[in-house]
Design a protein around this ligand. Structure first.
Ligand SMILES: [Zn+2]
Length: 217
């Protein structure tokens, strides 16, 4: 699958902490997840649900993105994801409609020492924003200590995923997710030094996008 172009700072993608007591390593499930985790910088809901922590009270940036479908050299349909230039964008010019994405620094508790970016499209962003608003009324924030979030997705009849996020207290986490451990203050401090910032989104030159549009024929 084509992923969007971005710069990855390897310093921030690595973790130096150990995870403590080991879980069972029997079977391919954990193996595959670990292999994937080695290069992954984006948060994805791989199973039905994941438990995460937000590392900041809100998204650190947002952008519009184009998902351009085209037939590749191998004759197969491909999707290329490009950031929209917003102003005089060659992809907008050919009628492709960009979709908004909000970017959040999160930790997946299955891999608790690594900062991941949740590139949240409109549907999950709406779900997150609802919780953000509920918390704000009580003077709380998404990244409050002791708050965890179960992120679930479900494929709708239209083929798109619908996301929901549900708040968990630390007690809920311990009781309902025995394989996961709460994030400690020390872990949180270490993670907060490796947050991604606005430079996570790198825009291509207009000429490069024009070239891509020309290649589409
Ligand atoms: Zn555009």
């Amino acid at each position: 699958m084509a992923r969007e172009a971005r710069t990855v700072n390897p310093d921030r993608a690595e973790s130096t902490e150990t995870t403590g007591t080991r879980q069972s390593r029997r079977g391919f499930g954990g193996y595959n997840k670990t292999v994937q985790g080695l290069n992954q910088t984006t948060f994805r809901v791989e199973d039905d649900s994941e438990v995460i922590v937000f590392l900041e009270p809100e998204n650190f940036t947002y952008a519009l993105r184009h998902w351009v479908k085209f037939i590749g050299e191998n004759g197969q349909q491909q999707t290329r994801v490009e950031y929209c230039l917003e102003d005089e964008c060659p992809l907008c010019d050919i009628g492709d409609r960009p979709k908004p994405t909000a970017f959040f620094n999160v930790v997946d508790l299955a891999n608790p020492n690594k900062v991941l970016v949740w590139e949240a499209t409109a549907d999950p962003t709406n779900a997150i924003q609802k919780e953000f608003n509920k918390l704000a009324k009580r003077g709380q924030t998404l990244d409050a200590e002791g708050i965890y979030w179960v992120v679930s997705r479900e494929k709708g009849r239209n083929g798109f995923f619908t996301y929901s996020i549900d708040k968990l207290t630390e007690e809920d986490l311990v009781a309902e997710w025995p394989s996961l451990k709460p994030i400690t203050s020390a872990q949180r401090t270490a993670l907060s030094q490796r947050l991604y910032g606005e430079d996570y989104v790198t825009f291509k030159d207009r000429d490069e996008l024009v070239e891509f549009v020309d290649s589409l024929g």
